[in-house]
Design a protein around this ligand. Structure first.
Ligand SMILES: Cc1ncc(COP(=O)(O)O)c(C=O)c1O
Length: 403
């Protein structure tokens, strides 16, 4: 059963803690840091009427109950020792999911435990195996631990190719599975994840990122944690629960696996986040209502794109999807930005595909108009061999837009 590495030893513990502190000090690459880096390169302010569909955020924000819980607990925020809030939240999540409280470690978002899991279970001799394209954050953490990275192309239906991932390296430390996947929103069926769990290299763990699981109808693999398997499941309140700026997430695993992340942890949770997360869990309608609201907008937007002849990549079950633009995705992103529509990034493996987050119906209506205009204009400019400069680069000796 428990075949993961048995580190650190008692003798090496002190130096391990030093290196853990050093490694944890390395920056965590997350959707937030990537969005911030993109904003810095935009050379200017984001206009107040901009449509922000770039960072897989939820335009609904926290629920009313979550906001009320924040307001109610704020006056108690003068105290450090509010562990009872942590315990109340953990007990509720454990009860709702057939887990024990000791299976749950709470963090300010899931970026932290994602980063720490890769630091704890990869090394120069234990690699990271990841799908391509997938969420980049684990690769950044592998850069810190000195692990080599095996990128495995997505397989049929843009699911993770679990057979190729398992075969990639017999000494792998972490196999990262993002379900639904960021950026494609595509699903990897549960039986394939279970197959990977049964067949993964000895000593490795599966890191199953369920940041977007509530947006799909897919079953979770949390029951595998309860069954004592070698996996860490990541959850966040940044997506369906709309709490990206409030910060709450979890690593869910066997206590011995969670203990390996513990030395990296630097801080305690804000009580406001814990109270908001608990209030969100207490509302049984929140997830199904929001899932439907986002799915309806996604389905409508993608249907429109298809009727216009544009090509979505795979079938998304999430709050983001990719479109193959048939031209340099960077240029499409820049042209949309000129029209105050801020979409996500590209992944090097597919330079022509751009990621779009599902915003509100109004956001997506504006996106449609701007996207069609961008594609028509750039197609014409392309055909004429024109060289168009985005306004933000004009007069700055900037590069040409279409060349
Ligand atoms: C796949 C995936 N995992 C984890 C996260 C981390 O989110 P947070 O740190 O806000 O919980 C994100 C953020 O977008 C994500 O896309």
């Amino acid at each position: 059963m428990a075949d993961s590495d048995d580190r650190p030893s008692v003798i090496g513990r002190r130096s391990f803690l030093w290196s853990a502190a050093f490694a944890a000090a390395a920056p965590i690459v997350s959707e937030a840091t990537l969005a911030r880096a993109a904003r810095a390169s935009w050379l200017g302010q984001v206009p107040p009427d901009a449509v922000l569909i770039n960072a897989n955020e939820n335009p609904l924000g926290p629920s009313k109950a979550a906001c009320d819980a924040i307001a109610a607990i704020a006056p108690l925020g003068g105290r450090y020792d509010r562990w009872d809030e942590n315990d109340k939240f953990v007990d509720l999540f454990a009860t709702q999911n057939g887990l024990k409280p000791e299976n749950i470690a709470v963090y300010a978002g899931s970026s932290e435990p994602l980063h720490y899991s890769v630091l704890a279970f990869t090394s120069p001799t234990r690699s990271l195996v990841i799908a391509d394209p997938s969420y980049e954050s684990p690769m950044a953490a592998a850069g810190v631990s000195g692990a080599s990275i095996h990128k495995i192309k997505l397989g049929a239906e843009y699911a993770h190719d679990v057979k190729a991932m398992v075969a990639a390296d017999p000494t792998a430390g972490v196999l990262y599975i993002c379900n639904p996947n960021n950026p494609t929103g595509t699903i990897t069926p549960r039986e394939q994840i279970l197959w990977a769990l049964d067949n993964k290299p000895k000593g490795s763990i599966l890191l199953v990122d369920e940041a977007y699981i509530h947006l799909s109808d897919e079953p979770t693999v949390l029951d595998q944690v309860a069954a004592g398997k070698d996996l860490i499941v990541l959850r966040t309140f940044s997506k369906v629960y709309g709490m990206a700026g409030i910060r709450c997430g979890m690593a869910i695993a066997r206590p011995d696996l969670l203990a390996k992340l513990q030395p990296y942890l630097q801080n305690s949770m804000p009580v406001t986040a814990l109270a908001a997360a608990r209030a969100s869990l207490e509302d049984p309608d929140l997830v199904p209502t929001r899932r439907k609201w986002i799915a309806d907008t996604r389905v409508e937007t993608i249907a429109w794109l298809q009727t216009q002849g544009y090509k979505p990549v795979g079938v998304s079950h999430s709050n983001c999807f990719m479109i193959d633009t048939g031209r340099d995705g960077h240029k499409v992103i820049a042209a949309l930005r000129e029209r105050k529509i801020y979409i996500g990034r590209i992944w090097p493996v597919w330079p022509n595909a751009v990621r779009v987050t599902v915003g509100s119906p109004e956001d997506m209506q504006k996106f449609r108009v701007a996207f069609k205009d961008t594609m028509d204009t750039s197609a014409m400019a392309w055909a004429l061999g024109a060289r168009v400069q985005p306004r933000e680069l004009a007069g700055m000796g900037g590069t040409t837009f279409l060349s």
